[in-house]
Design a protein around this ligand. Structure first.
Ligand code: FMN
Length: 193
């Protein structure tokens, strides 16, 4: 007999992200981060390839990366004003915890790369949900830094990998607000009824 889990249904029906720029500390400790990562790996994965990987940046390294983001941003846009420079410098220090989810597809005789990329997206979503389920606020962002070739190496991207996203985890400093969602009839239909 089917047993709905109303607590999980309520959590999923109300879950939402919080902008990283409106978060602060505290954040999860290493032991609960490891639990969240274990939960994040519980995703459909055709062929059991594990075509994803998670990488946390230490707080000290986040500060160093901020200087690199700024340096690179100034290379690309030399006349960046001071406010925008500060945004670059503080990208990775907006929250106490920043974890990259890498999409790491492998050549496989039966499993197309597309399916492996989808599994990486599912893993990133599961990490977001796991962080929220532990009581933390979180946001999945890429921003320009995820696509810049010169930043790939300092960000720890390995050959053949792409950044699926950075999961920022912390504590909100303002009340959560709802955002518009698509109307069900715009995104759901049936064929053959
Ligand atoms: C792959 C991916 C990349 C994203 N990158 C950005 C980004 O760079 N900047 C941004 O403002 N939002 C970005 N978002 C959207 C945020 O995650 C946003 O918080 C989210 O859509 C809010 O939805 P939720 O409240 O249902 O979690 C991205 C989302 C995904 C799936």
């Amino acid at each position: 007999m089917q047993q709905p889990n109303s607590e999980v249904i309520g959590f999923m029906a109300n879950r939402r992200s919080v902008p990283a720029k409106t978060m602060s500390g505290p954040g999860p400790d290493e032991s609960s981060i490891r639990t969240m990562i274990e939960i994040a790996t519980r995703v459909p994965d055709h062929g059991k390839i594990a075509p994803w990987r998670f990488q946390r940046y230490s707080p000290d390294y986040c500060a160093k990366l901020g200087e690199l983001f700024l340096q690179r941003a100034l290379e690309l846009t030399p006349d960046l004003n001071e406010d925008l420079q500060e945004i670059e410098r503080t990208r990775f220090t907006r929250t106490p915890v920043v974890i990259a989810v890498m999409s790491a597809p492998q050549d496989h005789p039966k499993v197309p790369e597309w399916e492996q990329v989808l599994s990486a997206g599912a893993a990133a979503m599961n990490l977001l949900i796991a962080a929220n389920a532990h009581g933390w606020d979180a946001q999945w962002l890429t921003e320009w830094i995820a696509f810049d070739e010169k930043l790939a190496e300092p960000l720890g991207v390995r050959s053949g990998e792409k950044i699926a996203g950075f999961i920022y985890v912390g504590t909100r400093t303002m009340p959560k607000t709802e955002r518009d969602r698509p109307a069900i009839d715009d995104i759901y239909s049936t064929l053959g009824d």
